[in-house]
Design a protein around this ligand. Structure first.
Ligand code: 5GP
Length: 220
């Protein structure tokens, strides 16, 4: 939320979606932008995937079993959910709404099918696709991670190929070659995208309404 929007009273939190094939470095990037934008909150997804070493429940994900996940699906608890690489992942409706109602911008770090579902449910969301600098860099990163079996890595590479073809569906594309530069680029998108005319209709309305009030005051 910018000081300008506070000044006009047009306070509309923004919803950002960041998608990329696994191994593109989106978690690192998201952590960096969250650290430098106080009003930006990450919507922590739910997943049935087991935690990797170093991951903590409630920080990287809410780690749940399949039964709990399916109960949330039945109760319409997700804005979107998807099966990715054999595990279930979902964006909690409650968590997303809590951040927005508190006046914070939100960022959802989700896969490509999830991004399409959020765009349908929330058309005002701004979508950003993060690209690896090359195919070989993506492959090296996935193999170098050493937290998954060869079979899982191969499955992720096949999926990545399909996912990269969806980049044109997104509003913005950021290439993660140099982490500093990619962070700057993503911050630039977060700053500029809400200024697009299509996101500013309420700002214009509020200013026009305040002008109408001052006329009433002048005539009476
Ligand atoms: P990982 O298991 O490597 O953390 O994530 C695998 C994929 O699931 C990534 O592409 C990640 O963006 C995606 N993902 C994480 N959370 C969600 C979510 O809530 N919904 C969807 N659709 N995908 C998610």
């Amino acid at each position: 939320m910018s000081p300008k929007s506070q000044a006009t009273g047009a306070v509309e939190p923004n919803i950002f979606i960041l998608s990329a094939p696994s191994g593109t470095g989106k978690s690192t990037l998201v952590r960096r932008v969250i650290a430098s934008r106080a009003s930006l909150c990450l919507v922590v997804s739910h997943t049935t995937r087991p935690p990797r070493p170093g991951e903590r429940d409630g920080r990287e994900y809410h780690f749940v079993d399949r039964g709990s996940f399916e109960r949330m699906v039945a109760e319409d608890g997700f804005v979107e959910w998807a099966e990715v690489h054999g595990n279930l992942y979902g964006t909690s409706r409650g968590e997303l709404m809590r951040h927005l109602e508190a006046g914070n911008d939100v960022i959802c770090e989700i896969d490509i099918q999830g991004a399409a579902a959020v765009r349908l449910a929330l058309p005002e969301a701004v979508s950003i696709f993060l690209l690896p600098p090359s195919w070989s860099a993506l492959e090296a990163r996935l193999r170098g991670r050493r937290t998954e079996t060869d079979e899982v890595v191969s499955r992720r590479l096949v999926n990545a190929h399909r996912e990269l073809e969806q980049a044109p569906e997104f509003d913005y594309v950021v290439v993660n070659d140099d982490l500093e530069e990619a962070t700057e680029d993503l911050l630039a998108v977060l700053r500029a995208a809400p200024l697009a005319q299509s996101h500013q209709t309420r700002t214009v309305e509020v200013i026009l309404a305040s002008r109408a009030h001052s006329f009433v005051g002048a005539d009476s």
